[in-house]
Ligand binder design. Structure first.
Ligand code: AAT
Length: 292
């Protein structure tokens, strides 16, 4: 460990640790679920860290939040009711709120401290909470989905931390089954699905489970996020049986459907070309994912 630097050390990426130079530690706390830290970095703006793992930085959060949101929402016509699991920072809410067709947004985040800290230190991310369509539920996403009304959501976005800690069950088969149940026919889910460089075994398991549960389409997409382990992160996109969803050819361009009267800034990362490109996989990943 280098003094004055933050190093992201975890058994989920053994033998490597990305480091950022710390200018100032702004917050350190312990919630009922995890250690929470915010620091000012030298080159990536403010950084939110949970249990020693980077959740977002001001500089590159757009690459993650825009992709995890618009990949699913731009793939279906007129999304109206959307559920976000995790994502307590509000960044995914900010992105969902761009869609003028959306009427209601539920968010279920387990840790109230993440919400409070984000509102204080990341106003451009937590701005998502200001949208009147948002209802916040503080609790476990697994329990929330079990209790959700059947067939009630057009889209579910699972913005979850890594499967060590409170998010473990969000990567397991029973959870995917309750997501499928909560979706309408032809509804879509997009879940954080780790890195093709580090976690092919986790991705393989997710793909196997999702192919059994989601009878529509099942696809893997990815994006670059320099401050996530290995610099890339992926998403599992699935649809339930019903009207067909072709994730690779988005039919609901955000450019046309944007909510005009908001205080959110313009898109920084997502566009239609990068949407289609996100589904192109390197050969080593394609072999594993498409064989399942
Ligand atoms: N948008 C920032 C990226 C994240 S945040 C993940 C969120 O999921 C955290 O706020 C965490 O508290 C919440 N969470 C974890 N488990 C649960 C649960 N069971 N129910 C509801 N919310 C939960 C993801 C960063 C990915 C990091 C990649 N290395």
């Amino acid at each position: 460990v280098i003094p004055g630097w933050f190093s992201e050390i975890s058994p989920m990426w053994p033998g490597e640790a990305h480091s950022l130079k710390i200018e100032k530690i702004l917050f350190q706390g312990k919630s009922d679920y995890q250690d929470v830290m915010v620091f000012q970095s030298a080159t990536y703006g403010k950084v939110l860290v949970l249990d020693g793992v980077i959740q977002l930085t001001e500089r590159d959060e757009c690459a993650y939040q825009e992709m995890i949101t618009h990949l699913p929402l731009c793939s279906i016509p007129n999304p109206k009711k959307v559920l976000v699991i995790g994502g307590g920072d509000g960044g995914v809410l900010r992105e969902v709120a761009r869609h003028s067709s959306v009427e209601h947004i539920d968010i279920c985040e387990i840790d109230k401290m993440v919400v409070d800290v984000s509102k204080e230190y990341f106003p451009d991310v937590a701005v998502g909470y200001e949208d009147p369509r948002v209802t916040l539920h503080v609790g476990d996403g697994v329990a929330f989905l079990k209790a959700a009304q059947e067939g009630s959501y057009d889209a579910v976005i699972v913005d979850s931390s890594d499967p060590i800690g409170p998010a473990q069950e969000l990567f397991e088969k029973p959870f995917f089954a309750s997501v499928a149940k909560a979706l309408r026919p032809g509804g879509v889910v997009c879940t954080q699905a780790e890195s093709i460089w580090l976690h092919m075994h986790i991705i393989e398991d997710i793909v196997v489970n999702c192919r059994q549960i989601f009878k529509g389409s099942v696809n893997y997409a990815w994006t670059t996020v320099p401050t996530y382990p290995s610099g890339v992160i992926g998403f599992m996109l699935c649809s339930t049986e019903g009207p067909e969803v072709d994730f690779k050819n988005p039919i609901n361009p955000i450019e046309a459907n944007q909510n005009q009267n908001t205080s959110i800034g313009p898109l920084k990362f997502y566009n239609q070309e990068i949407h289609a490109a996100a589904f192109c996989l390197p050969s080593f990943a394609k072999k594993v994912i498409e064989a399942k």
